[in-house]
Write a new protein. Structure first.
Length: 129
């Protein structure tokens, strides 16, 4: 009987020790979560657009054929050019970053057959006042 009691005590002792070691780890994991929840409610103020982007610019006659002749903000001019590009399927099929020119856009692109989408703002800048 005494042997059985000793074996049972040996088996029970490591389990109790393991439980004691596991408990602090769980507590340590919960602490950072509480800190993260406290940091989340902070809100920033609403972002205001830059007035320079909203200023109406008059497009040149060549650019006016694509976007219209009324004064528009730079952002709207770029949007209308992209609408024209997508409507006419002028984005290159192999390299989507490149824009192929049709007759109207070739005049805007200074005679080039193809430009990169990253050059688009530079090209537009040459055709607005």
């Amino acid at each position: 009987m005494a042997k059985k009691a000793k074996k049972a005590a040996k088996k029970a002792a490591p389990k109790k020790a393991a439980k004691k070691k596991a408990a602090p780890k769980k507590a340590a994991k919960k602490a950072p979560k509480k800190a993260a929840k406290k940091a989340a409610p902070k809100k920033k103020s609403a972002r205001k657009p830059n007035a320079a982007f909203m200023a109406a610019l008059t497009p040149s006659a060549t650019l006016g054929e694509v976007v219209g002749s009324k004064p528009l903000p730079r952002t709207e001019i770029i949007k209308k050019i992209w609408d024209y590009i997508k409507k006419n399927g002028l984005q290159d099929k192999q390299n989507r970053r490149m824009i192929n020119a049709d007759d109207k856009l070739r005049a805007v692109f200074a005679g080039k057959d193809q430009i990169s989408m990253f050059e688009l703002a530079k090209v537009v800048n040459n055709h607005v006042k």
